[in-house]
Design a protein around this ligand. Structure first.
Ligand SMILES: C[S@@+](CC[C@H](N)C(=O)[O-])C[C@H]1O[C@@H](n2cnc3c(N)ncnc32)[C@H](O)[C@@H]1O
Length: 89
């Protein structure tokens, strides 16, 4: 939960730093994954791994694609069930 004024203002704007979706969009994704229970997912565009983190919880295997090598270098060790691919979609 946000605790500082800056965090609260940011949350009220609807977009979180690590997650480039509003809370409502995040809730919709969570509901969809809970209902569909996909075994495999492909994420095109990782950024700071906000949506990827929830995919990693709900899917057995995730392929994560981003053109920015920062994503694979930073998050590959954090998610054992995610295979990172660095390059253009
Ligand atoms: C909007 S952000 C992704 C947000 C993330 N899914 C989330 O929910 O936090 C877009 C990402 O797409 C990546 N990207 C942009 N153009 C790309 C391309 N042609 N191929 C692969 N990745 C690309 C950027 O590097 C960036 O990390």
């Amino acid at each position: 939960m946000p605790s500082t004024n800056a965090e609260i203002a940011q949350r009220l704007s609807g977009v979180h730093d690590e997650w480039m979706m509003t809370d409502a969009e995040r809730s919709a994704v969570h509901s969809m994954l809970t209902t569909l229970k996909p075994q495999v997912a492909i994420e095109v565009g990782v950024y700071r791994a906000g949506s990827l983190a929830i995919l990693a919880v709900h899917c057995q295997k995730v392929y994560a694609l981003d053109i920015d090598p920062f994503c694979e270098a930073t998050y590959a060790s954090r998610f054992p069930n995610i295979e990172f691919i660095t390059g253009p979609s």
